[in-house]
Ligand binder design. Structure first.
Ligand SMILES: Nc1ncnc2c1ncn2[C@@H]1O[C@H](COP(=O)(O)OP(=O)(O)OP(=O)(O)O)[C@@H](O)[C@H]1O
Ligand SMILES: [Mg+2]
Length: 494
């Protein structure tokens, strides 16, 4: 299959013209700044990073620590944790265990834990259940003594038949749930006994109730274990656990003016931007790093400035409307500039913050080459990131707010159409999702207005959660089912 030529970002041709006039070096820097794949250097946050490193020193010597890292959207919680990982990267003597929750999965019991186990065991999309079971057994044998006791519980959690293993005795749902959570905590403790663990749980505000219960148990148990657990959340979430001596609350504030200006300049690749423009960006962004980044990129992509050898200069006067007043406005403007790729971003936003290439390709009407080109453009414009093997690629919106902006940019009728398309494709081609993630399918049917099928899937989800002993999630699915039925239009005869 021939590879499509990469789609150039808007402004690229202007950059090429400028390149001919100004010489290679100047243009390269603007192009590089716009297409940087690495995050910009961490700006400020020295005290916060030192605090985390201090807690790590205690934890790795066996005095387990919990840090609750709180801050508004885009303030830099994930970025700070990246910096911590970079610092610890050199020390090599630790294990990273990363968990991530998402709004689409907030009613799926232990979804972040399942995803982490699947990742740690090295599951591939084309593995059959026997191959997955073998990988799970290998993981547990490496991590815990008496691994065979853990296999049936973990296999059941991952929806795998534990062939060849002693079945777990008959237990009540509550006993079964408690046993699974206990096994998960024991597994973490065993991992930490081998090598100090840096445990990161991102976006607790979207976590399912069972994950909250599990990490609540960990908060209690971690005290004498070599684990530093950093749990991030936005300020509207209050962790429902007691805050004891080994728990530190770290709240991230907005960047001060100097750091904010530093960030804008770094996003511009280190080349000074016109002072008037920087003033406007800083005024609008008000110290929120994501907003600073987005506005600076918007300006770099625009015709407002021209690049010279040692700086950017303003191109004429700057209209009042040049700088969007809200973060959402700025993200929308950047999506608009992505032109044809915007439609792919909108479809992807309906699928979720993380979307597999397989699912996107199955639901998109674009030819494979055109789809790849659109994804190249979104990636070049730093709106999405990619990971995984080319054959099993996974894409992720760089930030939850980018996904939200793409979703919000869809008119309601178009949203319904896209959700309907996703639901229909899943029904026809993804039996695994129907069997194991009916709540996800239900969400698409509900948003598409397919009331009957949405409620059936929610009932399946409730049964599935009950059989996995996640009773709170089962109740949540039933409540959602009632809400879907209540919202349905009533057709009266006569
Ligand atoms: N101190 C910093 N230095 C450089 N870049 C930063 C800094 N803080 C944040 N950023 C950048 O700002 C953007 C938003 O940061 P991040 O994703 O960490 O926010 P967040 O607090 O995790 O938001 P959310 O609650 O939505 O997950 C990222 O692109 C990140 O690289
Ligand atoms: Mg984050």
């Amino acid at each position: 299959m021939s590879r499509a030529a990469p789609v150039r970002p808007k402004g690229f041709h202007t950059a090429v013209r400028a390149h001919q006039v100004l010489g290679e070096k100047t243009c390269e820097s603007r192009f590089k700044a716009l297409h940087r794949t690495q995050p910009t250097t961490l700006v400020g946050r020295r005290k916060e990073l030192d605090l985390l490193l201090d807690r790590w020193d205690l934890a790795k010597d066996g005095e387990g620590q919990i840090v609750w890292l709180s801050g508004e959207a885009g303030i830099g919680k994930s970025r700070l944790l990246q910096a911590l990982q970079q610092q610890l990267g050199a020390d090599g003597g630790h294990r990273l265990m990363a968990y991530q929750s998402s709004p689409e999965r907030s009613a799926s019991a232990l979804h972040p834990v399942i995803a982490q186990l699947e990742y740690a065991a090295g599951f591939l999309p084309w593995d059959d259940s026997l191959q997955k079971l073998a990988k799970l057994e290998a993981l547990l044998q490496r991590d815990v003594q008496a691994a065979s006791e853990f296999v049936p519980l973990f296999a059941s959690l991952l929806g795998l038949p534990a062939a060849g293993h002693r079945p777990t005795p008959d237990l009540t749902p509550a006993q079964r749930s408690a046993k699974t959570l206990e096994a998960l905590v024991l597994h973490l403790e065993a991992c930490a006994a081998r090598l100090p663990v840096l445990l990161i749980f991102e976006d607790l505000h979207w976590a399912d109730p069972t994950s909250i219960e599990l990490f609540g148990m960990l908060v209690e148990r971690v005290r004498h274990v070599a684990i530093l657990a950093v749990l991030t959340f936005r300020p509207d979430f209050v962790p429902p656990w007691t805050r004891t001596g080994h728990v530190t609350l770290l709240s991230l504030n907005r960047l001060d003016r100097r750091d904010a200006a530093d960030l804008a300049e770094r996003v511009a690749g280190g080349k000074p931007l016109p002072a008037e423009l920087v003033d406007r960006i800083l005024f609008r962004a008000d110290g929120v790093p994501l907003f600073i980044e987005e506005l600076t990129r918007l300006v770099l992509e625009s015709e407002l400035i021209t690049e010279t050898v040692d700086r950017y200069v303003l191109h004429g006067s700057m209209p009042d409307t040049a700088i969007p007043t809200t973060l959402r406005g700025s993200l929308m403007a950047r999506l608009d500039r992505a032109a044809s790729a915007k439609e792919v971003a909108q479809l992807a936003a309906c699928i979720g913050r993380v979307f597999s290439h397989e699912m996107l390709a199955a639901t998109s009407t674009l030819e494979p080459d055109a789809l790849r080109a659109a994804l190249d453009q979104l990636s070049n414009n730093q709106l999405i990131d990619r990971s995984g093997l080319p054959s099993a690629q996974v894409h992720v919106f760089r930030h939850a707010l980018v996904q939200e902006a793409a979703y919000q940019s869809l008119p309601k009728t178009r949203r319904r159409e896209l959700h309907a398309r996703i639901a229909d494709v899943v029904e026809a081609r993804f039996p695994d999702i129907i069997a194991h993630q009916p709540e996800w399918l239900a969400h698409h049917h509900a948003e598409a207005g397919h009331v009957g099928r949405a409620s059936e899937c929610l009932l399946d989800a409730a049964r599935h959660a009950k059989s996995s002993y996640a009773l709170r999630e089962a109740a949540a699915h039933l409540e959602k089912c009632i809400a879907v039925l209540q919202d349905a239009p009533v057709h009266r005869c006569g």
